[in-house]
Each structure stands twice: as structure tokens, then as C-alpha cells.
Design a protein around this ligand. Structure first.
Ligand SMILES: Nc1ncnc2c1ncn2[C@@H]1O[C@H](COP(=O)(O)OP(=O)(O)OP(=O)(O)O)[C@@H](O)[C@H]1O
Ligand SMILES: [Mg+2]
Length: 160
């Protein structure tokens, strides 16, 4: 699929990354799928924490590395997956039910389950620029995610 939209931000603290993600949490709708990519310690879980706050989730979001999937109750449910420890990309842990469920799915290390991903999603890549600085790139794969990107850009924000 052709990428029709690419947005980019620079954040200079954990707080700024959470704020940006929080706006996505406010705008997200049931059925949205957000794939998070980035090296160890890039900020994928930090981003998810901010997104959860935007969804009105009070519980602390922790890395689900050992459980792989955690579910949180907010304005709409959040399904937080970290598939770093999935053995092979075909190992089926019921991902599809989450992708099509009545919540928002966030997947850390999504490419490790490439074969099981839905066709449409937003791909969010986080790169560590230095200790406090991150580059965050948002790519829309599908109309819904172009719409979400437009709404994100319409907000007063910290984008550059
Ligand atoms: N601008 C920033 N945005 C996000 N995190 C930042 C930023 N600056 C510093 N950090 C720090 O970077 C770390 C990011 O860790 P985090 O657990 O979110 O990464 P991760 O991508 O989920 O790693 P893993 O692959 O191990 O799951 C945190 O300690 C956070 O405080
Ligand atoms: Mg993480």
C-alpha cells in the first residue's frame, strides 16, 4: 500500500512524547490499530502510557513484555501488546480478535508478527536522537489513519 501521509515530530522529553501520544488517545476510535517501532528504550512504552492517559485510563501502563497482551479500561478499551517475545510471526495468540475488537490496539515491535497484522494501521516509528530527544514519525496506511493524522495536525501542538 502507498503511504499517503507522513508526519514527523521531535520531542525533547518523556513528557512531550506523552503529550503527543495523549492527543492520539483523545482522537482514537474503537478499531484503531497503532503499530510502534523503535529500538530498545526508544520510547514505545512511554508513548503508550501517554496514549492511555489520553484515553482516560487511570491504571499505570507497564510494559507487557512477559504477558504479551494487557487490556485496560478507558473511554474505550486499550489493548497493549508487546510482541518482542513471540517465538515466530505465525504464533497466534488471538491477536486478530483484539485488532477487530471494540478497543484501540497498540503493538510494540509489530513487525515481529508481520503475517498477522491487519491491512490498515498507523505506523509510528520512534528514533532516539539523544538522551532526551526523540524523532517520532507517523505514517498512515489507510484512510482512517490519514483522517487521524489530519486531526492530529489540526491541534495546537509541539510539532516541528
Ligand atoms: N523524548 C523522550 N520520549 C520518550 N522517552 C524518553 C524521552 N527522553 C527520554 N526518554 C526515556 O527513554 C526511555 C524509554 O523507555 P521505554 O520503556 O518507553 O522504551 P521502549 O521503546 O518501550 O523499550 P522496549 O523496547 O524495551 O520496550 C524512558 O526511560 C524515558 O524516560
Ligand atoms: Mg516497551
Amino acid at each position: 500500500m502507498v503511504i499517503k501521509m507522513k508526519l514527523q515530530w521531535i520531542t525533547n522529553s518523556e513528557q512531550e512524547t506523552k503529550q503527543l501520544a495523549g492527543r492520539i488517545g483523545q482522537l482514537a476510535q474503537a478499531g484503531d490499530v497503532l503499530l510502534l517501532e523503535g529500538d530498545l528504550g526508544a520510547g514505545k512504552t512511554t508513548f503508550t502510557k501517554g496514549l492511555a492517559e489520553g484515553l482516560g485510563i487511570d491504571r499505570t501502563v507497564n510494559s507487557p513484555t512477559f504477558t504479551i497482551i494487557k487490556e485496560y479500561i478507558g473511554r474505550i478499551p486499550l489493548y497493549h501488546m508487546d510482541v518482542y517475545r513471540v517465538q515466530d510471526e505465525f504464533e497466534d495468540l488471538g491477536f486478530d480478535e483484539y485488532f477487530h475488537g471494540p478497543g484501540i490496539t497498540v503493538v510494540e515491535w509489530a513487525h515481529l508478527i508481520q503475517e498477522q497484522l491487519p491491512k490498515e494501521y498507523a505506523l509510528i516509528k520512534i528514533t532516539r536522537e539523544d538522551d532526551q530527544q526523540r524523532k517520532i514519525v507517523y505514517e498512515a496506511f489507510g484512510e482512517r489513519y490519514e483522517q487521524l493524522g489530519k486531526e492530529l495536525n489540526n491541534h495546537e501542538d509541539i510539532s516541528h
